[in-house]
Design a protein around this ligand. Structure first.
Ligand SMILES: [Zn+2]
Ligand SMILES: [Zn+2]
Length: 286
């Protein structure tokens, strides 16, 4: 069986393994293909691709762009993107600014809520990676304010938590358009997180498809079998490719293993060919 994973994070964003370490892990786990999809950055791709070439693991250059759709945060994955494209660089530096504006505000809220931490500490902990809420969660854990990362999100940092600060996020139409413009395949990530919104999920999906969406992440670590079936059905009905990935983050989400999620994730190996075909088809058109 070919094992693949199309959704992973490295230290370039909020994962705990460097791109090189991640590819090495993928190799030892028997993965043939890995997409590196850091949040709003392509900084981990070069190192990942180099290590992939050395070890014989195919690396799909990817990204995960956070967007806001009618007050719901949703994430758009992009596969086979041209990481050097100036339009991408420009958009990412804009998104980065909005992140940098948000994090100190989250820390301020946490301090008001009685948690003693500073933005400097979080930045030092994140190292060269893009600071994100998982880093803040790790500091809360280290300082004993919570027992685990999930509790940090439930009690403080989650979308309805008291320390949640929304940021100026791009519209999914913008993110999908950008990914398509730079030769990529846009895919809606972890639909389970947005299915609870006001609008029926099928409608959200149909709208995104009008904007150029090409895939739906149907196989995902926290999807139950019935959810996998549901999203595959929606993908089929709407003419989207049913993709899959674990959302591996290393220590930030310690129970999710690359390629297999919580252990029962089965991402179809032939997905790579289908993605490849789609990428070639797209390249032929432009
Ligand atoms: Zn995501
Ligand atoms: Zn992710």
């Amino acid at each position: 069986m070919t094992r693949i994973d199309l959704h992973t994070h490295t230290t370039a964003s909020d994962g705990s393994l460097s791109p090189t370490e991640l590819v090495q892990l993928a190799k030892t786990q028997g993965l043939s293909t890995l997409a590196i999809t850091d949040h709003d950055t392509v900084a981990g791709l070069d190192a990942g691709i180099t290590e992939g070439e050395r070890l014989g693991v195919a690396i799909i250059p990817g990204i995960e762009i956070s967007c806001l759709y009618e007050e719901t945060e949703l994430h758009i994955l992009g596969y086979f993107i041209d990481k050097e494209d100036a339009r991408l660089t420009e958009a990412l530096s804009k998104y980065q600014e909005s992140r940098e504006y948000r994090n100190p505000k989250i820390i301020e809220r946490l301090r008001q809520l009685g948690c003693d931490l500073t933005y400097e500490e979080v930045k030092a902990f994140a190292g060269t990676g893009t600071v994100g809420r998982p880093h803040i969660a790790q500091i809360l854990l280290k300082k004993g304010y919570v027992k685990n990362v999930a509790e940090a999100f439930d009690r403080y940092l989650g979308d309805s938590g008291p320390a949640y600060i929304s940021r100026a996020l791009p519209d999914p139409q913008e993110a999908i358009g950008l990914i398509r413009a730079i030769g990529g395949i846009p895919v809606l990530a972890h639909p389970v997180y947005i299915s609870r919104g006001k609008q029926p999920f099928e409608e959200v999906c149909a709208r995104l498809k009008e904007w150029g969406l090409l895939g739906l992440e149907s196989f995902y670590s926290s999807h139950s079998q019935s959810q996998v079936d549901r999203y595959r059905g929606i993908a089929r009905n709407q003419g989207l490719l049913a993709t899959g990935g674990s959302d591996f983050h290393g220590d930030s989400k310690p129970n999710i293993a690359v390629g297999v999620g919580y252990g029962n994730l089965e991402i179809p190996g032939d997905l790579c060919e289908k993605l490849d075909d789609l990428a070639k088809e797209r390249a032929g058109r432009t």
